[in-house]
Design a protein around this ligand. Sequence first.
Ligand code: RUB
Length: 311
Amino acid sequence: MAEDPIDETFRMIRDMRIRGAGRIARAAVKALKDYVSTTDFSSNQELYDKILRAGMKLKSARPTAVSLPNAVNLVLSVAKKNRERNISVKELKELISESCNHFIRTSERAIQAIANIGSKRIVDGDIILTHCNSEAVTAIFTNAKKSGKNFEVYVTETRPRYQGRLTASVLAKRGITVYLIPDSAARLYMHKVDKVLVGADAIASNGAVVNKIGTSQIALVAHESRSRFYVAAETYKLHPTTMLGELVEIEQRSPFEVVPRSWIKENPKVQVKNPAFDVTPPEYIDIIITEQGIYPPQGIVFLMRELYPEP
Ligand code: RUB
Protein backbone atom coordinates (compact mmCIF):
# COMPACT_ATOMS: atom_id res chain seq x y z
CA MET A 1 0.00 0.00 0.00
CA ALA A 2 1.31 3.47 -0.88
CA GLU A 3 2.38 5.51 2.14
CA ASP A 4 0.18 8.33 3.32
CA PRO A 5 1.51 11.51 1.61
CA ILE A 6 1.46 13.43 4.88
CA ASP A 7 3.50 10.85 6.83
CA GLU A 8 5.91 10.40 3.96
CA THR A 9 6.52 14.12 3.46
CA PHE A 10 6.71 14.71 7.21
CA ARG A 11 9.53 12.17 7.48
CA MET A 12 11.34 13.44 4.41
CA ILE A 13 11.36 16.99 5.77
CA ARG A 14 12.28 15.93 9.31
CA ASP A 15 15.15 13.75 8.06
CA MET A 16 16.28 16.49 5.65
CA ARG A 17 15.80 14.39 2.54
CA ILE A 18 13.80 17.42 1.46
CA ARG A 19 15.55 20.52 2.73
CA GLY A 20 15.88 24.26 2.14
CA ALA A 21 13.09 26.61 3.16
CA GLY A 22 11.47 26.99 -0.25
CA ARG A 23 11.55 23.30 -1.09
CA ILE A 24 10.04 22.20 2.21
CA ALA A 25 7.19 24.68 1.79
CA ARG A 26 6.37 23.39 -1.70
CA ALA A 27 6.71 19.75 -0.59
CA ALA A 28 4.28 20.29 2.30
CA VAL A 29 1.75 21.97 0.04
CA LYS A 30 2.07 19.19 -2.53
CA ALA A 31 1.50 16.63 0.25
CA LEU A 32 -1.69 18.43 1.33
CA LYS A 33 -2.89 18.46 -2.26
CA ASP A 34 -2.21 14.72 -2.70
CA TYR A 35 -3.77 13.92 0.66
CA VAL A 36 -6.98 15.78 -0.12
CA SER A 37 -7.32 14.37 -3.61
CA THR A 38 -6.73 10.74 -2.55
CA THR A 39 -8.88 10.71 0.61
CA ASP A 40 -12.66 10.30 0.89
CA PHE A 41 -14.43 12.74 3.19
CA SER A 42 -18.10 12.47 4.15
CA SER A 43 -18.51 16.24 4.65
CA ASN A 44 -16.70 19.54 4.29
CA GLN A 45 -16.33 19.69 8.06
CA GLU A 46 -14.63 16.29 8.10
CA LEU A 47 -12.30 17.42 5.32
CA TYR A 48 -11.46 20.56 7.29
CA ASP A 49 -10.82 18.67 10.54
CA LYS A 50 -8.55 16.22 8.79
CA ILE A 51 -6.59 18.70 6.70
CA LEU A 52 -6.08 20.79 9.85
CA ARG A 53 -4.53 17.75 11.57
CA ALA A 54 -2.43 16.95 8.49
CA GLY A 55 -1.25 20.56 8.34
CA MET A 56 -0.28 20.55 12.03
CA LYS A 57 1.76 17.42 11.52
CA LEU A 58 3.60 18.86 8.52
CA LYS A 59 4.29 22.12 10.37
CA SER A 60 5.91 20.17 13.21
CA ALA A 61 8.47 18.50 10.90
CA ARG A 62 11.04 21.30 11.35
CA PRO A 63 10.56 24.37 13.54
CA THR A 64 12.64 27.19 12.07
CA ALA A 65 11.83 27.78 8.40
CA VAL A 66 8.68 29.89 8.55
CA SER A 67 8.03 29.16 4.88
CA LEU A 68 6.59 25.84 6.10
CA PRO A 69 3.81 27.19 8.38
CA ASN A 70 3.22 30.17 6.08
CA ALA A 71 2.57 27.86 3.12
CA VAL A 72 0.50 25.33 5.07
CA ASN A 73 -1.57 28.07 6.72
CA LEU A 74 -2.39 29.53 3.33
CA VAL A 75 -3.95 26.23 2.24
CA LEU A 76 -5.69 25.72 5.58
CA SER A 77 -7.21 29.19 5.35
CA VAL A 78 -8.87 28.23 2.05
CA ALA A 79 -10.34 25.11 3.67
CA LYS A 80 -11.49 27.13 6.67
CA LYS A 81 -13.03 29.97 4.67
CA ASN A 82 -14.99 27.67 2.35
CA ARG A 83 -16.03 24.79 4.58
CA GLU A 84 -19.35 26.32 5.62
CA ARG A 85 -20.31 27.51 2.16
CA ASN A 86 -22.99 25.59 0.35
CA ILE A 87 -20.55 23.66 -1.84
CA SER A 88 -19.90 19.95 -2.29
CA VAL A 89 -16.88 18.09 -0.93
CA LYS A 90 -15.68 17.77 -4.52
CA GLU A 91 -15.84 21.55 -5.01
CA LEU A 92 -14.02 22.17 -1.73
CA LYS A 93 -11.34 19.69 -2.80
CA GLU A 94 -10.94 21.59 -6.07
CA LEU A 95 -10.57 24.93 -4.29
CA ILE A 96 -7.91 23.47 -2.02
CA SER A 97 -6.10 21.85 -4.91
CA GLU A 98 -6.12 25.16 -6.81
CA SER A 99 -4.70 27.00 -3.77
CA CYS A 100 -1.90 24.42 -3.58
CA ASN A 101 -1.11 24.80 -7.28
CA HIS A 102 -1.21 28.56 -6.87
CA PHE A 103 1.31 28.51 -4.00
CA ILE A 104 3.68 26.22 -5.90
CA ARG A 105 3.49 28.37 -9.05
CA THR A 106 3.91 31.60 -7.09
CA SER A 107 6.89 30.19 -5.23
CA GLU A 108 8.64 29.14 -8.43
CA ARG A 109 7.94 32.51 -10.03
CA ALA A 110 9.25 34.27 -6.93
CA ILE A 111 12.58 32.49 -7.27
CA GLN A 112 12.78 33.50 -10.92
CA ALA A 113 11.97 37.13 -10.04
CA ILE A 114 14.64 37.09 -7.31
CA ALA A 115 17.09 35.68 -9.85
CA ASN A 116 16.35 38.57 -12.21
CA ILE A 117 16.50 41.26 -9.56
CA GLY A 118 19.48 39.79 -7.67
CA SER A 119 21.66 39.07 -10.70
CA LYS A 120 21.66 42.80 -11.51
CA ARG A 121 23.57 43.33 -8.25
CA ILE A 122 26.43 41.16 -9.49
CA VAL A 123 29.07 42.87 -11.60
CA ASP A 124 31.92 41.56 -13.72
CA GLY A 125 34.89 40.58 -11.61
CA ASP A 126 32.91 40.13 -8.39
CA ILE A 127 34.11 37.69 -5.78
CA ILE A 128 31.14 36.45 -3.81
CA LEU A 129 30.91 34.17 -0.79
CA THR A 130 27.91 32.01 0.01
CA HIS A 131 27.03 29.64 2.84
CA CYS A 132 24.85 26.53 2.80
CA ASN A 133 22.58 25.75 -0.14
CA SER A 134 19.84 28.13 -1.17
CA GLU A 135 17.69 27.86 -4.29
CA ALA A 136 17.24 31.63 -4.35
CA VAL A 137 20.99 32.21 -4.22
CA THR A 138 21.76 29.54 -6.82
CA ALA A 139 19.13 31.06 -9.11
CA ILE A 140 20.80 34.49 -8.84
CA PHE A 141 24.23 33.06 -9.68
CA THR A 142 22.81 31.05 -12.57
CA ASN A 143 21.04 34.08 -14.01
CA ALA A 144 24.12 36.27 -13.67
CA LYS A 145 26.23 33.65 -15.41
CA LYS A 146 23.65 33.29 -18.21
CA SER A 147 23.70 37.03 -18.76
CA GLY A 148 27.45 36.78 -19.44
CA LYS A 149 28.86 38.06 -16.15
CA ASN A 150 32.18 36.73 -14.92
CA PHE A 151 32.51 36.25 -11.20
CA GLU A 152 33.89 33.76 -8.71
CA VAL A 153 32.16 32.15 -5.77
CA TYR A 154 33.61 30.96 -2.46
CA VAL A 155 31.34 28.34 -0.92
CA THR A 156 31.68 27.29 2.71
CA GLU A 157 31.36 23.56 3.40
CA THR A 158 28.54 24.20 5.90
CA ARG A 159 29.22 21.65 8.57
CA PRO A 160 27.84 19.40 9.88
CA ARG A 161 25.62 18.48 6.90
CA TYR A 162 27.88 19.85 4.15
CA GLN A 163 25.16 21.55 2.11
CA GLY A 164 27.97 23.73 0.69
CA ARG A 165 29.14 20.76 -1.37
CA LEU A 166 25.76 20.72 -3.10
CA THR A 167 26.04 24.41 -3.92
CA ALA A 168 29.62 24.11 -5.13
CA SER A 169 28.77 21.16 -7.34
CA VAL A 170 25.75 22.88 -8.95
CA LEU A 171 27.59 26.16 -9.57
CA ALA A 172 30.61 24.41 -11.08
CA LYS A 173 28.32 22.47 -13.43
CA ARG A 174 26.89 25.80 -14.55
CA GLY A 175 30.35 27.01 -15.54
CA ILE A 176 30.99 29.27 -12.54
CA THR A 177 34.46 29.33 -10.93
CA VAL A 178 33.97 27.91 -7.44
CA TYR A 179 36.19 27.47 -4.39
CA LEU A 180 34.95 25.17 -1.64
CA ILE A 181 36.40 26.22 1.71
CA PRO A 182 36.05 25.04 5.33
CA ASP A 183 33.62 27.18 7.32
CA SER A 184 36.49 28.28 9.53
CA ALA A 185 38.33 29.77 6.52
CA ALA A 186 35.69 32.45 5.91
CA ARG A 187 37.69 35.18 7.65
CA LEU A 188 40.92 34.25 5.91
CA TYR A 189 39.33 34.76 2.50
CA MET A 190 36.98 37.60 3.34
CA HIS A 191 39.45 40.31 2.35
CA LYS A 192 39.06 39.11 -1.26
CA VAL A 193 35.26 38.99 -1.10
CA ASP A 194 33.18 41.86 -2.51
CA LYS A 195 29.81 40.46 -1.50
CA VAL A 196 28.31 37.74 0.62
CA LEU A 197 25.02 36.31 -0.64
CA VAL A 198 22.93 33.93 1.47
CA GLY A 199 19.36 32.67 1.64
CA ALA A 200 16.97 32.76 4.59
CA ASP A 201 14.73 30.45 6.57
CA ALA A 202 12.93 33.26 8.33
CA ILE A 203 13.10 37.05 8.45
CA ALA A 204 11.96 38.82 11.59
CA SER A 205 10.09 42.11 11.61
CA ASN A 206 13.23 44.00 12.70
CA GLY A 207 15.04 42.70 9.61
CA ALA A 208 17.08 40.05 11.42
CA VAL A 209 17.67 37.03 9.22
CA VAL A 210 17.56 33.44 10.41
CA ASN A 211 19.65 31.17 8.22
CA LYS A 212 22.01 28.20 8.43
CA ILE A 213 24.24 28.07 11.49
CA GLY A 214 27.39 30.06 10.84
CA THR A 215 25.69 32.76 8.76
CA SER A 216 25.93 35.35 11.53
CA GLN A 217 29.66 34.72 12.01
CA ILE A 218 30.18 35.27 8.30
CA ALA A 219 28.13 38.48 8.51
CA LEU A 220 30.32 39.72 11.33
CA VAL A 221 33.46 39.01 9.34
CA ALA A 222 31.97 40.67 6.25
CA HIS A 223 31.17 43.72 8.36
CA GLU A 224 34.73 43.84 9.67
CA SER A 225 36.14 43.66 6.17
CA ARG A 226 33.54 46.04 4.65
CA SER A 227 32.22 43.40 2.26
CA ARG A 228 28.54 43.80 1.33
CA PHE A 229 26.11 41.32 2.88
CA TYR A 230 23.04 40.41 0.80
CA VAL A 231 20.14 38.09 1.59
CA ALA A 232 17.86 36.55 -1.04
CA ALA A 233 14.45 35.38 0.16
CA GLU A 234 10.91 34.92 -1.09
CA THR A 235 8.33 36.89 0.89
CA TYR A 236 6.83 33.72 2.39
CA LYS A 237 9.97 33.66 4.54
CA LEU A 238 8.81 36.77 6.39
CA HIS A 239 7.86 35.70 9.90
CA PRO A 240 4.51 37.36 10.69
CA THR A 241 4.32 36.69 14.45
CA THR A 242 7.65 38.41 15.04
CA MET A 243 5.57 41.59 14.55
CA LEU A 244 3.90 40.59 17.83
CA GLY A 245 7.24 40.14 19.57
CA GLU A 246 7.50 36.39 19.18
CA LEU A 247 10.93 34.84 18.75
CA VAL A 248 11.96 32.42 15.99
CA GLU A 249 12.65 28.94 17.34
CA ILE A 250 16.11 27.65 16.50
CA GLU A 251 16.12 23.97 15.64
CA GLN A 252 18.50 21.77 17.66
CA ARG A 253 19.42 18.65 15.74
CA SER A 254 20.97 15.34 16.72
CA PRO A 255 24.55 15.29 18.10
CA PHE A 256 25.19 12.36 15.78
CA GLU A 257 25.30 14.81 12.88
CA VAL A 258 28.37 16.36 14.55
CA VAL A 259 30.26 13.30 15.81
CA PRO A 260 29.80 9.54 15.36
CA ARG A 261 27.93 7.50 17.98
CA SER A 262 31.15 5.68 18.89
CA TRP A 263 32.81 8.99 19.82
CA ILE A 264 29.93 9.93 22.09
CA LYS A 265 30.19 6.51 23.78
CA GLU A 266 33.89 7.04 24.37
CA ASN A 267 33.32 10.57 25.69
CA PRO A 268 30.12 10.35 27.71
CA LYS A 269 30.87 13.53 29.65
CA VAL A 270 30.97 15.73 26.56
CA GLN A 271 27.68 17.35 25.63
CA VAL A 272 27.45 17.94 21.91
CA LYS A 273 25.30 20.83 20.67
CA ASN A 274 24.01 21.02 17.12
CA PRO A 275 21.95 24.15 16.46
CA ALA A 276 20.85 24.22 12.82
CA PHE A 277 20.36 27.98 12.41
CA ASP A 278 21.42 31.33 13.81
CA VAL A 279 20.26 34.92 13.71
CA THR A 280 22.06 37.68 11.83
CA PRO A 281 21.14 41.10 13.21
CA PRO A 282 19.92 43.75 10.73
CA GLU A 283 23.00 45.96 11.35
CA TYR A 284 25.09 43.42 9.45
CA ILE A 285 22.80 43.16 6.46
CA ASP A 286 22.88 45.60 3.54
CA ILE A 287 19.90 44.42 1.52
CA ILE A 288 17.22 41.77 1.35
CA ILE A 289 16.35 40.76 -2.20
CA THR A 290 12.73 39.59 -2.53
CA GLU A 291 10.48 38.94 -5.52
CA GLN A 292 8.83 42.28 -4.67
CA GLY A 293 12.08 44.19 -4.92
CA ILE A 294 15.05 45.07 -2.76
CA TYR A 295 14.59 46.20 0.85
CA PRO A 296 16.97 47.42 3.49
CA PRO A 297 16.45 45.14 6.52
CA GLN A 298 14.93 48.03 8.46
CA GLY A 299 12.26 48.42 5.74
CA ILE A 300 11.12 44.81 5.77
CA VAL A 301 8.49 45.45 8.43
CA PHE A 302 6.48 47.60 6.00
CA LEU A 303 6.35 44.76 3.47
CA MET A 304 5.45 42.37 6.27
CA ARG A 305 2.55 44.57 7.43
CA GLU A 306 1.25 44.74 3.88
CA LEU A 307 1.48 40.99 3.22
CA TYR A 308 0.47 39.74 6.67
CA PRO A 309 -2.03 42.28 8.03
CA GLU A 310 -3.30 39.77 10.62
CA PRO A 311 -0.25 37.93 11.98
C1 RUB B 1 18.96 25.49 4.48
C2 RUB B 1 19.29 26.94 4.60
C3 RUB B 1 19.07 27.79 3.38
C4 RUB B 1 17.66 28.43 3.49
C5 RUB B 1 17.27 29.11 2.18
O1 RUB B 1 19.04 24.82 5.70
O2 RUB B 1 19.64 27.44 5.63
O3 RUB B 1 20.00 28.83 3.33
O4 RUB B 1 16.71 27.42 3.77
O5 RUB B 1 17.16 28.15 1.16
P1 RUB B 1 18.71 23.25 5.75
P2 RUB B 1 16.17 28.34 -0.10
O6 RUB B 1 19.65 22.57 4.83
O7 RUB B 1 18.92 22.88 7.18
O8 RUB B 1 17.26 23.07 5.34
O9 RUB B 1 16.59 29.61 -0.77
O10 RUB B 1 16.45 27.12 -0.94
O11 RUB B 1 14.78 28.37 0.44
